[in-house]
Design a protein around this ligand. Structure first.
Ligand code: PMP
Length: 453
């Protein structure tokens, strides 16, 4: 770990931050945490306070902070060559594309970009062009789900199912329709899992029919909705959606930006459901965020129609930094660490241990539901368990700041429908020890106790 002191004093840093920096996502904040270093699961701010990074940054630092091996891989690659465009090829991209295939356990062509949003844009464009080349140019629409988040650029935001993220930027891209998510705790169809007919999956089929099956190119979904509130589907949901896609010739695009690379307790989220997607998008855990990189993996059989040598069928999409040599070298080192330290298996164990440690909280009046997908966790806060009325923003913020004052940083679901910002999220690094899990559970328990007293 580097324990470098910041070059400027805290007050001076804050003054310059207030003057020059535009923060992401959060409302204007005159007093942000200024993070100066990280070591394993812990990060340190400019005052020397240490926090457990309970969200792995933004669901991404899977191997933890301060990995020298990754820093060395970046350094070596920078010395060798830092950049060449992906209209050519290079060694780290070739090696990484092969490695991604082995993680996917399938036969995919890999298109590299920079961010999760980029990877989804690429998926939409490839799907539309694929159908053009197949002689079905009318297929241009995509089905997505309410509460889903797929990114901030226009296409990815159009697929996003959270009104508050979109309202001030409309009109967005045309051709995106949303269906209700498989949200068993508040079933949009008034059913209970076990006695339901999987109406959430039927809604996908109904949307395809109402839109006109011949006009639909794909459905995009996360194996479990993460940022939109940790909504984990019943086991039968994804296989049923796959069947529907096959029935109507619609591509199944899985956004594995968060669920991929071990977070779900399997290599990819869809491996939990034995489903084979047509397109998989990935980012975050690919490099554990040590360097920006994303990828769109496209089933090789789909790639066939892009292979013509006349130029008419090539994919007209370029991304200057996409597939940067350093980022690819970083990704390879990151995935080697994941393999050697068996962090996919560790993720599954973290999930089980968290479930056990959080079990006593299930009787707390403000806990409505606790949901886990591998080691990603959502704790849904309510006013009381009977009414299930979502907890208000004040209560949620009190729990979050109660955790922070105990040295634990947690997240919350992205802005959805007003009044439904009531889900605390946890996504610890995959190297979290059992002692650290006990610390997490202890901090959350105490934070909750302090709001009830
Ligand atoms: N898809 C999902 C599921 C995400 O969670 C995110 C980012 N949180 C994105 C796409 C967009 O990724 P990025 O911020 O790298 O563009």
């Amino acid at each position: 770990m580097s324990t470098q002191k910041p070059a400027l004093a805290k007050e001076e840093l804050l003054e310059k931050d207030r003057k020059y920096v535009w923060h992401h996502m959060s409302p204007h904040n005159d007093n942000p945490l200024i993070i100066v270093s990280g070591d394993g699961c812990w990060i340190t701010d400019a005052d020397g306070n240490r926090y457990f990074d309970g969200m792995s940054g933004l669901w991404c630092v899977n191997v933890g902070h301060g990995r020298e091996r990754i820093a060395k891989a970046a350094y070596e690659q920078m010395k060798t060559i830092a950049y060449s465009p992906m209209s050519q090829s290079h060694v780290p991209a070739i090696q990484l594309a092969e490695k991604i295939n082995s993680w996917l356990e399938g036969d995919y062509r890999i298109f590299f970009s920079n961010s999760g949003s980029d990877a989804n844009e690429v998926a939409f464009k490839i799907a539309r062009q694929y159908y053009h080349q197949k002689g079905e140019p009318a297929r241009h629409k995509f089905i997505a789900r309410h509460r889903a988040y797929h990114g901030s650029s226009f296409g990815a935001l159009s697929a996003t199912g959270q009104a508050q993220r979109k309202l001030k930027y409309e009109p967005l891209g045309a051709g995106f329709q949303h269906v209700p998510p498989p949200y068993c705790y508040r079933c949009p169809f008034g059913q209970s899992y076990g006695s339901c007919g999987l109406e959430c999956a039927d809604a996908v089929e109904a949307a395809i029919n109402w839109e006109g099956a011949d006009s639909v190119a794909g459905i995009i979904l996360e194996p479990a909705i993460t940022g939109g509130g940790m909504i984990v589907p019943p086991a039968e949901y994804l296989p049923k959606v796959r069947e529907i896609c096959d029935k109507y010739g619609v591509l199944l695009i899985l956004d594995e930006v968060i669920c991929g690379f071990g977070r779900s307790g399997e290599k990819f989220g869809h491996h939990n459901y034995s489903v084979e997607p047509d397109i998989v998008t990935m980012a975050k855990g690919l490099t554990s965020a040590y360097s920006p990189l994303s990828a769109t993996a496209v089933r090789s059989s789909l790639y066939e129609s892009f292979k013509g040598k006349d130029g008419a069928s090539h994919f007209r999409h370029v991304n200057t930094f996409g597939g940067n040599q350093v980022s690819c070298a970083v990704a390879i080192a990151n995935l080697e660490i994941m393999e050697e330290e068996q962090l996919v298996e560790r993720s599954a164990r973290i999930g089980k241990e968290l479930d056990r440690l959080l079990e006593p909280l299930k009787t707390h009046p403000n806990i409505g539901d606790i949901r886990l997908f591998g080691s990603a966790c959502g704790i849904e806060l309510v006013v009381d368990q009977q009414s299930k009325t979502p907890a208000d923003a004040d209560l949620v913020l009190r729990v979050i700041s109660g955790c922070k004052s105990r040295g634990l940083l947690v997240g919350k679901n992205g802005d959805t429908v007003p009044g439904f910002n009531n889900i605390i999220t946890l996504c610890p690094p995959l190297i979290t020890t059992d002692d650290e899990l006990a610390f997490i559970a202890g901090a959350i328990t105490e934070a909750l106790e302090s709001i009830s007293s």
